[in-house]
Design a protein around this ligand. Structure first.
Ligand code: 5RP
Length: 223
């Protein structure tokens, strides 16, 4: 199955899981990216089961609205049972690199308001060690150089993502050449650098369940 079809099949399996575990009508947290888009498109058919969705980006908010799904803020949603989102890389402990779509900060915030992070990621995203995908770091613009120097000190090769401003008005520094063994330690250390808003390692908020593809079929993996 090609990657696009994998994404659709994984999104459908994740939706089935969420629906089975949802007492309606409930709010749901929704991520950003092409796999999250597959989920949003399917969610439209079941919108009566949800009071609305808290999106992690303006792009996802637009797509949810096009499906007729009400957009909620945290005051309206409170804590949610589920946050559903994709990943750029995921390891066997269900720690992830995210932020390929530059939405990492809002993704982390919305994920923090959910009991369960449901990750939907095709086969290509599974890795033994995080870091082959350049680590996105959201940075306040004036700190572009200082954060880049700090990342070089730990062996990274930072590049500023050209032409990208995040929904929060910041820039993205993509850090190549990292081998992220202890994901939690790396996440904490990078977040201590002045000017970093957050980094794309999701170890503190790893996924509780992963829907992915293996040996020609959709599988789920629990943390
Ligand atoms: C956006 C993200 C996405 O979840 C990640 O980039 C995966 O995207 P896709 O589903 O398109 O492969 O973190 O900031």
């Amino acid at each position: 199955m090609n990657q696009d079809d994998q994404k659709k099949a994984i999104a459908a399996a994740a939706l089935e899981y969420v629906l089975a575990e949802t007492e309606s009508p409930a709010p749901i947290g929704i991520g950003t990216g092409s796999t999250a888009n597959c989920f949003i498109d399917l969610l439209g058919e079941h919108k009566d089961r949800f009071s609305g969705a808290v999106p992690s980006s303006e792009a996802s908010a637009e797509r949810l609205a096009a499906q007729g799904i009400p957009i909620l803020n945290f005051a309206e949603s409170g804590r949610m049972n589920f946050y559903v989102d994709g990943a750029d890389e995921i390891n066997s402990e269900l720690c992830m690199i995210k932020g390929g779509g530059a939405a990492l900060t809002r993704e982390k915030i919305v994920a923090s308001m959910a009991e369960r992070f449901v990750c939907i990621a095709d086969e290509s995203k599974q890795v033994p060690v995080l870091g082959a995908f350049p680590l996105p770091v959201e940075v306040i613009p004036m700190a572009a150089v200082s954060v880049s120097l700090a990342m070089e000190k730990v062996g990274g090769k930072p590049t500023i993502r050209e032409g990208v401003t995040t929904d929060n008005g910041n820039i993205i520094v993509d850090v190549h050449n990292l081998e992220i063994g202890d994901a939690q330690a790396w996440e904490e250390a990078i977040n201590q650098i002045p000017g970093v808003v957050t980094n794309g390692i999701f170890a503190h908020q790893r996924a509780e369940i992963l829907f992915t593809f293996s040996e020609g079929r959709v599988i789920s993996v629990l943390a």
